[in-house]
Design a protein around this ligand. Structure first.
Ligand code: NAD
Ligand code: LMR
Length: 328
């Protein structure tokens, strides 16, 4: 017997990430090849015509798992009974901007949407914020939702998976080993150049990756800046921010959360106080996903170098939280 469809709300559906994301969700790559989905697309009034074009294309793919879809400019309609919400719709940055520069333009979107999700979605809804600055936007959405109650505040996440995937590829290139051989990588903190990609616990086919690389200069001067500034490098090269890789990371985050992952993964989740990160701050942590839930991996040693890096990215997030305190 086929499963009941899951309702997936996607905001910014007419945008460039949406154009990559929707087709992969409809083909079963996010929630499973046996899981029918209903797509609930949200975008601004002026983007509704473009949404209809995307709907025509989704129709033309004849995806067997696509059990229904609609587009709307009303968040209350888009989030109605949603099981999963992917909050992509927001302004992207241009050359020379930092993601935090978008807070003024984008923050308010997430108070409205957090409230609408809490009022309309399923109580166990899972929410992933992609729109930048995604950690603080997730904090804003989660705070708005908390005021309504009903949904689980721990389920409002920010997307750090793109940083995690970028770090994996850099490690694979440096060691000439396959991406899939790497386990136990963490990206701590903010989706910004201050993020701390940490391979101290990482292994590749049983070998400790830190010992394998044994090059602190590469770590500081090449690896961390390459991963941290990859978004800007893509904007510089493409004239537009990353889209297919961002959609891919969103699929990875939500698939692992819903279906489980064999290995630990980086997720931007509201802190429960682990590793001395203040409660509620949405922070990249190493997480394991099982049975539809996630938990932060505990007990990792934080040495002096790592604490310094973690404090730096935390400071940026507490400054962002202070800047939007009226929205929290
Ligand atoms: P885009 O400009 O191509 O598309 C954005 C879409 O959002 C547009 O269709 C726009 O009409 C819509 N939109 C704007 N405000 C909205 C609202 N209030 N409700 C619903 N829809 C709304 O941008 P994009 O390239 O798809 O990027 C979207 C966001 O994702 C940007 O903020 C970008 O910086 C961010 N991003 C995040 C990551 C990450 O790793 N977290 C990676 C890449 C991009
Ligand atoms: C990215 O990391 O590619 C995105 O956050 C887009 C950006 O502004 O860099």
């Amino acid at each position: 017997m086929s499963k009941a469809p899951m309702r997936v709300a996607v905001t910014g559906a007419a945008g460039q990430i949406g154009y990559s994301l929707l087709f992969r969700i409809a083909s079963g790559e996010m929630l499973g090849k046996d899981q029918p989905v209903i797509l609930q697309l949200l975008d601004l009034p002026q983007a509704q015509k473009a949404c209809q074009g995307v709907i025509m294309e989704l129709d033309d793919c004849a995806f067997p798992l696509l059990a229904g879809m609609f587009a709307t400019d009303d968040p209350n309609v888009a989030f109605k009974d949603a099981d999963v919400c992917l909050l992509v719709g927001a302004r992207p940055r241009g050359p020379g901007m930092e993601r935090a520069d978008l807070l003024a333009a984008n923050g308010a979107i997430f108070t409205v949407q957090g409230k609408a999700i809490a009022e309309n979605a399923k109580e166990d809804v899972r929410v992933l914020v992609v729109g930048n600055p995604c950690n603080t936007n997730a904090l804003i959405a989660g705070s708005a939702a908390k005021k309504v109650g009903r949904t689980n505040p721990a389920n409002y996440h920010g997307m750090l998976r793109l940083d995690h995937n970028r770090a994996l590829s850099q490690l694979a290139a440096k060691t000439n080993r396959p991406v899939a051989s790497f386990k136990q990588l963490t990206v701590w903190g903010n989706h910004s150049p201050t993020m701390y990609a940490d391979y101290r616990n990482c292994t590749s086919n049983g070998d400790n990756v830190k010992d394998l690389i044994n090059d602190p200069v590469w770590n500081n001067d090449v690896f961390l800046p390459t991963v941290g500034k990859r978004g800007a490098a893509i904007i510089d090269a493409r004239g537009l921010s990353s889209a297919a890789s961002a959609a891919n990371a969103a699929i990875d985050h939500m698939r692992d959360w819903v279906l489980g992952s064999d290995e630990w993964v980086t997720m931007g989740v509201p802190s429960d106080g682990s590793y001395d990160i203040p409660v509620g701050i949405v922070f990249g942590f190493p997480c394991e996903c099982k049975g539809g839930s996630f938990k932060i991996i505990q007990g990792l040693e934080i040495d002096g170098y790592s604490r310094e890096k973690i404090n730096k990215t935390l400071k940026e997030l507490t400054d962002e939280a202070e800047a939007v305190k009226d929205m929290l």
